[in-house]
Design a protein around this ligand. Structure first.
Ligand code: KIV
Length: 310
């Protein structure tokens, strides 16, 4: 098995690596931007083959990959390992590493250090952080250090408790104004794009029209410049609760469970492995080996292991 390093050689269909100017042009031209999350090498290969524009190694990994019931438990070490695996499977989409809870809030220096880890250790092109407020200052610092930053407003899962739970944000005029102010502040700080999560469609659309940077929506309606969904949600790998905004395009969990169930049945019935899954040996070699085993002196007790060459 071999793996091809990312972004070397031309992809078979001639696609080129997606750049920040290209994303800006897509907004101007009204060409929808497609982003999906990925957490490992196989999901990256799928995203690459599907031709998406951006891949986010999201901290949703905590929930859909690691089995936690929130995004907060995942840390930089796990995120960096996952991002590096995703990087190995990508050639064209822009790769964004999601700064996890606790990796950027403390200080600008801490935020830059962790953003640099994503670039240096995992090969990310950009990083994402959540919220306005103090995060705006962190975004500005990371951008000034030379690393592109994506913002994230509306429902920000890392601080869902403070928001009153996993709820739609911006449902009143005052709350919508807060979402807009955070988005404008992140744009002014230099973010190249902003995720809007769980915001009423009409509110998102009104803000998007006034922003210069592309907005990627998740539960923010059809008026954003692009969409993002969690890989495990859209493919039906994750079978727990999914929010209203998720559309399932496949039922992979069911297919995987059926496959493993069939394997288990066949092992138990003796149907697997069949002759086609076994290695053969020449009959004379087998006969000689059997004769060797049949020697009287050959018992497990008197075998001289020290004389065995391995
Ligand atoms: O972590 C994540 O997957 C995200 C997306 C839902 C935008 O932040």
């Amino acid at each position: 098995m071999s793996t091809e390093p990312r972004k070397t050689g031309a992809p078979a269909d001639g696609r080129k690596p997606v750049t920040l100017p290209e994303l800006a042009e897509m907004k101007t031209a009204g060409r929808p931007i497609v982003m999906v999350t990925a957490y490992d090498y196989p999901s990256a290969l799928v995203a690459e083959e599907a031709g998406v524009d951006m891949v986010l190694v999201g901290d949703t990994a905590a929930m859909v990959v690691l089995g936690y019931d929130a995004t907060t438990p995942v840390g930089m070490d796990e995120m960096t390992t996952m991002a590096a695996a995703v990087h190995r499977g990508l050639r064209t989409p822009l790769l964004v590493g999601d700064l996890p809870f606790g990796s950027y809030e403390r200080s600008n220096e801490h935020a830059i250090d962790n953003a640099q880890r994503f670039v240096r250790e995992a090969g990310c092109d950009a990083v994402k952080l959540e919220r306005g407020g103090a995060s705006v200052e962190r975004a500005r610092a990371i951008v000034r250090s030379g690393i592109p930053v994506m913002g994230h407003v509306g429902l920000t899962p890392q601080t869902a408790t403070a928001l009153g739970g996993f709820k739609t944000q911006g449902k009143t005029a005052a709350a919508a104004a807060r979402v807009a102010e955070e988005a404008f502040a992140l744009q002014a700080a230099g973010c190249f794009s902003i995720v809007f999560e769980a915001v009423p469609a009409a509110i998102a659309e009104a803000i998007v029209q006034r922003l210069e940077v592309p907005v990627i929506g998740i539960g923010a309606g059809a008026g954003t410049d692009g969409q993002v969904l969690v890989f495990h949600d859209l493919l039906g790998i994750h079978t727990g609760h999914t929010p209203k905004f998720v559309k399932r395009y496949a039922a992979i969990h069911d297919e995987m469970a059926a496959g493993v169930r069939k394997y288990a049945d066949e092992v138990r019935s003796g149907a697997f492995p069949g002759a086609e899954h076994q290695y053969a040996v020449e009959p004379e070699e087998l006969a000689a080996f059997r004769a060797y085993l049949d020697q009287e002196s050959l018992t497990a007790d008197d075998w001289d292991w020290s004389a065995t060459e391995i």
